[in-house]
Design a protein around this ligand. Structure first.
Ligand SMILES: *[C@@H]1O[C@H](CO)[C@@H](O)[C@H](O)[C@H]1NC(C)=O
Ligand SMILES: *[C@@H]1O[C@H](CO)[C@@H](O)[C@H](O)[C@H]1NC(C)=O
Length: 377
């Protein structure tokens, strides 16, 4: 009897019908690999990491506590030889003429269309087939843009799970700066905190908004011939919601290859306007102070709205992985942290609550940041 049921079930699971219409049973196949029972979780800079079960970790997320899952990268820490440039950033914008056409070319329509498709995936949970499909779609969009330019490469950065991260890179014109890189990032995965693996999770704001914001910045740079002095990269991370897993893999890989990351700017949630009016939240805790000072200059110079300082706590997005690896990182967010979108991590994180004009302001800042820091001086 038992065998008969199993045989029937596996027949159903392998049928073309199930592939076309995924069911919870179909999703379960993703988890047939045994995972470690407990993960090493850090949720504060001051207290030691703790081994926790998946249930405990899910409870942490529902309580709104951000954490880093450091199971695979317990040793990630600054390497002094790689951070020599960290302290010095320009105190003013020097390349406004170069930046202007890139900003002038940004559109809200592209961001809208991309976000519509991206948030239509049932979820972008990193361990689901939908998460892998959405990554494929995003990779296709990025590759298509970069197709005709020989000094831009787009690659999949593979992880232990199906959803890969994506890295698009402009090679620099100055070979002596080849090992230095400026990074603009966002995360592509989403999560439903009540039903992490199966629940509907449009993730329009978190972080579909950041994803399409930096995609639009990237598009404008590509289509208008941006060719930096030092390499500039755009990163779309997998598995941010699971404790910054994707960005930790990438940061640790860069460190092991001896790369010098000059600066990293994270865009996580750029679409929701808080009730205190339209501002750009510049995060001031767990970031590089000097880079954050430069980021404020970028907002003042290139955005049409003001910034407001805000704090978001420990490990609140992927910039924290770069910081842990000793690289200067900074973070822009849609509003003061307390005013940010309360629908995230639910099925209600939808596009209709967002402003594309607001997102465009972040795209301007991202473009300014990338272009200004792509120059040696
Ligand atoms: C910021 O820059 C100053 C002077 O260049 C340096 O002394 C300081 O250590 C830097 N701070 C950080 C957080 O890097
Ligand atoms: C943006 O730039 C591209 C390439 O130069 C051009 O074809 C397009 O018309 C521009 N769009 C806008 C809205 O400026």
């Amino acid at each position: 009897m038992k065998t008969a049921i199993l045989a029937t079930l596996s027949l159903i699971a392998s049928s073309a019908l199930v592939k076309a219409f995924p069911t919870p049973f179909d999703q379960l196949r993703v988890f047939k690999h045994d995972e470690p029972e407990q993960r090493l979780i850090q949720y504060s800079e001051d207290s030691p990491a703790k081994w926790m079960t998946q249930d405990d970790i899910d409870a942490l997320m529902r309580a709104g506590i951000k954490y880093m899952d450091i199971t695979e990268h317990e040793e990630l820490a600054p390497v002094s030889s790689l951070v020599s440039h960290s302290a010095v950033f320009p105190t003013a914008a020097h390349y406004q003429d170069e930046v202007a056409p890139f900003i002038g070319n940004l559109t809200t329509q592209n961001m809208h269309d991309n976000l519509q498709t991206f948030s239509d995936f049932h979820t972008r949970h990193y361990k689901t087939k939908w998460g892998a499909q959405s990554a494929e779609w995003l990779h296709g969009q990025i590759s298509q843009l970069a197709d005709t330019t020989d000094y831009i490469t787009v690659r999949k950065f593979k992880h232990e799970w199906d959803q890969f991260s994506i890295i698009a890179r402009f090679e620099g014109t100055d070979a002596s700066l080849e090992n230095q890189v400026v990074i603009v990032g966002a995360h592509q995965d989403s999560v439903n905190m009540w039903l992490p693996y199966f629940g509907r999770s449009p993730g329009a704001d978190d972080d579909g908004s950041g994803t399409v914001t930096i995609l639009e910045a990237f598009r404008s740079l590509v289509e208008n011939g941006f060719h930096p002095e030092r390499p500039v990269e755009f990163h779309w991370y997998s598995a941010e919601e699971a404790g910054l897993l994707g960005s930790q893999d990438v940061a640790s890989d860069y460190q092991s290859k001896g790369r010098e990351v000059i600066a990293m700017l994270q865009n996580d949630m750029t679409g929701y306007i808080g009730s205190n009016g339209e501002v750009i939240g510049v995060v001031t805790d767990h970031v590089d102070d000097n880079l954050t000072g430069f980021l404020k200059t970028m907002v003042d110079t290139y955005a049409d709205i003001n910034y407001v300082e805000t704090k978001c706590g420990y490990a609140c997005s992927d910039h924290a992985s770069w910081r842990k690896a000793g690289y200067p990182s900074a973070f822009t967010i849609e509003s003061e942290f307390g005013e940010s979108n309360h629908y995230i991590h639910t099925s209600e994180d939808t596009l209709d609550k967002l402003s594309f004009d607001h997102m465009k302001e972040f795209a301007k800042v991202a473009v300014g940041f990338a272009v200004e820091l792509s120059h040696q001086k």
